[in-house]
Structure formats: structure tokens, C-alpha cells
Design a binder for this molecule. Structure first.
Ligand SMILES: Cc1cc2nc3c(=O)[nH]c(=O)nc-3n(C[C@H](O)[C@H](O)[C@H](O)COP(=O)(O)OP(=O)(O)OC[C@H]3O[C@@H](n4cnc5c(N)ncnc54)[C@H](O)[C@@H]3O)c2cc1C
Length: 246
């Protein structure tokens, strides 16, 4: 496999997410029956902004978004799985072997950081050679431990953070907005930021009102980073659009 690119897709999302949010919000403030309310809501209006100003964000939890993510590193996996409100299904390194024979290029799939790519082809080749060396170590341990599936769980200890993985991830809209707030900040690590950027684009195209004003914290208010601020708030706000926000 070798060097791979990130791929993010929106597999499923709650149908009529914006109407559902408006319905849930109206139920909180109306004496009418849910049937009556559901028959009249249209998802129009700035429900997200109004609820955010009140600090009443639980209606956003009724809409869920499921993403397919491929070509990301185990390093990213360690970070994204810190988000406890999300649900994950990750390709297993215990059940899916990474032997050289299992891959067309003779080496497991891995992610090359852009900082190494910009150094030029000779550095990328050195990185690739290091991955190939780790492939040799992995294959050595599969063999030494007796071969077969039972060996994968221990042979994988010599694989790097660069090793690529695939996952399916579900977040509700409240958690997603929180995730974007943390992970689209320029202080976040490049790979999870790149994934969050693709996720926001997909989420916005599916439910524009639900994700209006979503983005790093500075899109909806002051930069929370203090002395560590990137100092690029104007450009960031232009990139993600301001207004709304949590
Ligand atoms: C730039 C950056 C750098 C980081 N660096 C490090 C680091 O060096 N080391 C490190 O260990 N982590 C680091 N993290 C991870 C960070 O500490 C969080 O674990 C991660 O961002 C998940 O955030 P969360 O807990 O808000 O999200 P979620 O787990 O998705 O939770 C969402 C929200 O639910 C609430 N919540 C969830 N669970 C609980 C709970 N048990 N109790 C109370 N409230 C809860 C909180 O309000 C929380 O904000 C970093 C994150 C970022 C963005």
C-alpha cells in the first residue's frame, strides 16, 4: 500500500435534521401536542443561534452524522477517540494482518506528514525506507510467533503511529460543533484539523443551518488561547464564516 491519502465521506445523517431540531426545541416552549408541532415546523430560522444564546443545546443531540474515514494515521486515531460522546468502529489490528504479503506494494499503508513531504523526494524516500524496515520487523514477529491471525496482536507492537487505519464515526450535532470548535483551531494537530475541515464541509452541505457559525472557537467569539493565539483570527473567521457559534 505505502503512502495513502485521507478520505472522508458522510455515510448517513438524520433525515430532516433541521426540522427535527426545530421540533425538539419548540416542544420545550409550547403547550401544543408534538403531532401539531411536527406538522408545522419547517427548519427555517436561526434555531441553533437562539438555542446557543440560551445555552440550551440538547435539541442538537437528536441529529446524528456518521462519517467514513480512511487513510488516517493511528496518531489521529489516538486523538479523535478522546471525544467520548462520539461512537467509533475501527479496523482491528488484531484481526486484520499487516504482513507485507497482504499488501500489493509489500508494505502496510501509512501517512506521510506534510512537513516531511515539503522537505523533498529524498526525505520522503527515507521515510518510506523506514516504513519498509518496520514491515520487515512486523513480518519477522508474525513468523517468529508461529504465523497466522493469533500473532497479529503482538506483532503490531513494532508498527508506527504513521500506520493508516479506517474508521466509522458517529457524532450528534452538538458534539460535532464542539469537535469543530476544538479541532479546527490552528493550535490543533494538522491531521485531525484536516479531517475536521472535510467533516465540516460535508456536514454543512447536508444541514447548512445546523452548522452555520460552526468552526474553531474564534469564529463565534474571542480566541480562548490567550498568549498562544495564532493571531490569524480575521483570516480564520473569513474561512469558516462568523455568526451563530456555541
Ligand atoms: C489542541 C489540543 C491539544 C491537546 N493536547 C492534549 C495533551 O497534550 N494530552 C492529553 O491527554 N489530551 C490532549 N488533548 C485532548 C483534550 O484534553 C480532550 O481530551 C479532547 O479534546 C476531547 O475533548 P472533550 O473532553 O471536550 O470532548 P468529549 O469527550 O467529546 O466531551 C464533550 C464534552 O462533554 C463533557 N464531558 C464528557 N465527558 C465528561 C466527563 N467525564 N465529565 C465531565 N464532562 C464531560 C465536557 O463538557 C466535554 O467538553 C488536546 C486537545 C486539543 C484540542
Amino acid at each position: 500500500m505505502g503512502d495513502v491519502d485521507m478520505k472522508v465521506t458522510l455515510l448517513r445523517h438524520t433525515a430532516g435534521a433541521e426540522e427535527l431540531l426545530a421540533c425538539a426545541a419548540r416542544v420545550c416552549y409550547s403547550a401544543r401536542t408534538i403531532e401539531e408541532i411536527a406538522g408545522t415546523v419547517d427548519g427555517e430560522g436561526d434555531w441553533v443561534g437562539r438555542l446557543a444564546r440560551m445555552g440550551h443545546l440538547s435539541p442538537l443531540e437528536h441529529a446524528v452524522f456518521t462519517f467514513g474515514v480512511e487513510g488516517v494515521s493511528r496518531s489521529l486515531l489516538a486523538q479523535v477517540t478522546r471525544h467520548r460522546i462520539a461512537s467509533f468502529s475501527v479496523r482491528s489490528q488484531r484481526y486484520v494482518g499487516e504482513t507485507g504479503k497482504a499488501h500489493p506494494d509489500g508494505v502496510f499503508a501509512y501517512v506521510v506528514p506534510p512537513s516531511i513531504q515539503v522537505l523533498g523526494p529524498s526525505y520522503v524516500a527515507e521515510f518510506a525506507a523506514q516504513m519498509e524496515k518496520m514491515q520487515e520487523w512486523y513480518d519477522y514477529w508474525v513468523e517468529a510467533l508461529g504465523g497466522g491471525r493469533a500473532t497479529y496482536e503482538d506483532a503490531r507492537y513494532v508498527l508506527p503511529n504513521a500506520a493508516a487505519t479506517s474508521l466509522v464515526m458517529t457524532m450528534n450535532a452538538r458534539e460535532l460543533r464542539h469537535f469543530f470548535r476544538l479541532r479546527l483551531c490552528l493550535r490543533a494537530q494538522w491531521e485531525i484539523r484536516a479531517m475536521a475541515d472535510k467533516m465540516l464541509e460535508l456536514a454543512r452541505s447536508a444541514a447548512p443551518r445546523l452548522f452555520a457559525g460552526a468552526g474553531p472557537a474564534c469564529v463565534g467569539g474571542a480566541c480562548p488561547e490567550g498568549d498562544m493565539t495564532c493571531g490569524r483570527i480575521t483570516g480564520i473567521r473569513r474561512r469558516y464564516g462568523s455568526g451563530g457559534g456555541e
